[in-house]
Ligand binder design. Structure first.
Ligand code: AMP
Ligand code: GLY
Length: 449
């Protein structure tokens, strides 16, 4: 079997790593991959937005299955194109990928299917949006409010505004100065939700879904959730905020109404559906839908998955998700992202990375390194061991499992401590919310005794 993975980050390295363990012993290709992926897959130098080039490659190589990492490929209609050519691909069509590539479209779908989400208004002109924020009562609480660019803005298109001045700036940035280009032609102004966030991913075949393990991302760059947003500085799984009862509610109130509602409209959602959920006092509410695997959630989730990932993909493609039971390691998993100095702002690349081998050799048995922004050093690539140099903002994902979240955190930070490169930085508190809940429950337990 030949499998193609599209993308170049830690998520794609985790997918390649998991696929390598498949009982179908696949030959794996990755386009365009990175330094670490190059050790585990055949690198194909085609960019994720070059749908035509990827399709030609898949036809020429007779690829049996394609998995897509980045939303851009899905938004460009890679699934439609591959399906037209009779190629197996795991993911939603361009029309259904609008759930991520247009926030206005996602909000309208939520409204249609009565899915709980923040109150909102959609605007197509700056004047109407500015007029709206000048009203005395916007949503139940006046401020903060959240302003979102409609289209894909590389995770930067959401601004939480604490007063009218900030809201005015955000509207002008998006709609007048057009800092996100076409993505800001429409904006959404919405109510700010309070609670704890969680990522709930399911795999769907268009009619049925199977839930993946819950997880939680850490979007801010500094400890204690301070500083600007990033692509994600770490994740852990499971997320204790998603109790079994909460998971049931999320399935019953969010996932099922969406998949069923779309199916009734003759739109069959296939692939991974990722609900970014805020667990509020009133219950779970949707912050966003993504139409793909999360990054870095996938790096934390896949090391816990016992089931063959190839089986999961074909169950979606062949409409048999209802027959699939996913099996999980009863362990906690923590992923720490190691980033370049300056990230998410400007940073330099090209620094040699040391300690990767020690990290695996001397780390706890369930420790994994998934590369993101790395390449192999051209000077040493013919030698052994391979030398890696930094080549991006987020450089490495270090993941460890543990019997408890505490143990997983201890294991992962022991491993991260062995990695060195100039300017590196990482959060020291990944998993803090799970730990706080764990301690809270321990104390509750002690009191009950
Ligand atoms: P999104 O890309 O829509 O998920 O937004 C990115 C981040 O902004 C989310 O992970 C939340 O932390 C925050 N966010 C988005 N919408 C809201 C909201 N309505 N209330 C509070 N926080 C929000
Ligand atoms: N972890 C956030 C995302 O994948 O969009």
């Amino acid at each position: 079997m030949k499998i193609l993975v599209i993308g170049s980050g830690g998520r794609e390295h985790a997918l390649v790593w998991k696929l390598k363990q498949s009982k179908s012993s696949p030959k794996i290709y990755c386009a365009p991959g990175n330094g670490g992926i190059a050790q585990d897959a055949h690198i194909v130098s085609i960019k994720p937005d070059d749908v035509k080039g990827l399709c030609e490659f898949a036809l020429k190589e007779k690829i049996d299955l394609t998995l897509v990492g980045p939303e851009l490929s899905l938004a460009h209609g890679i699934v439609d194109k591959f399906m037209q050519k009779g190629l197996n691909i795991f993911g939603p069509t361009k029309e259904l990928a609008l759930l991520e590539s247009s926030k206005a479209h996602a909000k309208e779908a939520m409204q249609r299917f009565a899915i709980p989400t923040a109150g909102f208004e959609i605007f197509e002109t700056a004047d109407k949006a500015l007029d709206f924020i000048n009203r005395p009562r916007l949503f139940p609480a006046p401020y903060p409010i959240v302003i979102k660019a409609d289209g894909l803005a590389a995770g930067k298109g959401v601004v939480i505004c604490v007063n009218r001045r900030q809201a005015q700036c955000a509207i002008e940035d998006m709609m007048v100065r057009k800092i996100f280009g076409k993505a800001g032609e429409k904006i959404i102004i919405e109510e700010c939700l309070e609670g704890e966030e969680a990522s709930v991913l399911v795999a769907s075949d268009g009619m049925n879904v199977v839930g993946l393990a819950s997880s939680q991302d850490h979007k801010r760059v500094f400890d204690a959730d301070k500083g600007p947003n990033t692509g994600g500085m770490g994740a852990y799984s499971p997320a204790p905020v998603v109790t079994a009862a909460m998971h049931e509610r999320i399935m019953a109130e969010i996932i099922t109404p969406l998949i069923d509602g779309l199916a009734k409209e003759n739109k069959f959602y296939k692939g991974i559906l990722y609900a970014g959920v805020m667990v509020t006092k009133e219950g779970p509410k949707v912050l966003e839908f993504n139409v793909r695997f999360g990054d870095p959630e996938t790096q934390a989730i896949l090391p816990r998955l016992k089931t063959d990932l190839v089986d999961l993909c074909f169950a979606s493609i062949e409409d048999s998700i209802d027959e699939l039971r996913l099996e999980w390691k009863e362990k906690s998993s923590v992923c720490v992202v190691v980033a370049s100095g300056g990230y998410p702002g400007e940073y330099k690349s090209g620094f040699e990375i040391s300690g990767i081998d020690n990290c695996i050799r001397e780390g706890s048995p369930d420790t994994y390194i998934f590369h993101a922004g790395t390449k192999t050093s051209p000077v040493t690539s013919h030698q052994s061991p391979v030398k890696y140099i930094t080549d991006g903002g987020r450089v490495l994902n270090v993941v460890s499992l543990g019997d408890t979240i505490r143990q997983a955190i201890d294991n992962v930070y022991k491993a991260v401590g062995k990695i060195k490169f100039e300017g590196m930085h990482y959060r020291k508190d990944i998993g803090h919310r799970a730990l706080e809940r764990h301690l809270e429950n321990t104390y509750k337990g002690a009191r009950a005794d």
